[in-house]
Design a protein around this ligand. Structure first.
Ligand code: NI
Length: 191
């Protein structure tokens, strides 16, 4: 178990499609060690999630956890979730604009449209299959992490580059309006 270096935008590993994990390997030492390192690194950096390519491992593995996150205090809690070979499909056309950041894009946030209702299927770290519907900000968090496995960063999905802000400018000029809008949204959709 270790806190690993987080690669930043421009590193080629962040831009390639990560490889599927052989389900027979999920409980083996390589994948289990990778999951431990992802959890340690995510928690150390106060990330809401992290994907294996962000620590230089081109495999389809990611972790998500939100528990009073200081980077995203408005996000509803998500218990620690380990995703192996996750697949997501939107359930309808409803989207919401979410102001996102990323450990691999230090210093910047920007507004991204995410599906509000998605079905996600994955294997957990024991190899057990999950098939769940995720909604709202939580659905957005899942879509962000799954994007990493396809070499996609939130920057690619920012429709209007004028929404890009530093974290400092977000706090000063945009946080209040965003939190007001997204809090009303979370109250409406439930997560
Ligand atoms: Ni990210």
């Amino acid at each position: 178990m270790a806190v690993r270096e987080v690669l930043t935008v421009g590193h080629p590993t962040l831009r390639r499609r990560a490889d599927d994990v052989d389900p027979a390997d999920v409980t083996g030492p390589e994948v289990q060690g990778l999951v431990d390192d992802l959890v340690d690194t995510m928690r150390h950096a106060n990330g809401a999630g992290i994907a294996a390519p962000q620590i230089g491992v081109p495999l389809r593995v990611a972790t998500i956890e939100v528990d009073r996150n200081p980077r995203y205090p408005y996000k509803p809690p998500i218990p620690l979730t380990v995703l192996v070979n996750p697949v997501a499909e939107p359930l309808d056309d409803e989207v919401v604009a979410i102001n996102e950041g990323c450990l691999s894009v230090p210093g910047l946030r920007g507004e991204v449209l995410r599906h509000v209702n998605v079905r996600v299927r994955w294997l957990d770290r024991t190899g057990a299959a999950h098939d769940e519907v995720k909604r709202g900000l939580t659905a957005g968090t899942f879509q962000h992490e799954l994007d990493h496995l396809d070499g996609v960063l939130f920057l690619d999905r920012v429709d209007d580059p004028r929404t890009l802000t530093t974290w400092e400018s977000f706090e000063r000029f945009h946080r209040a309006a965003f939190v007001e809008r997204i809090t009303a949204f979370v109250e409406r959709v439930g997560s």
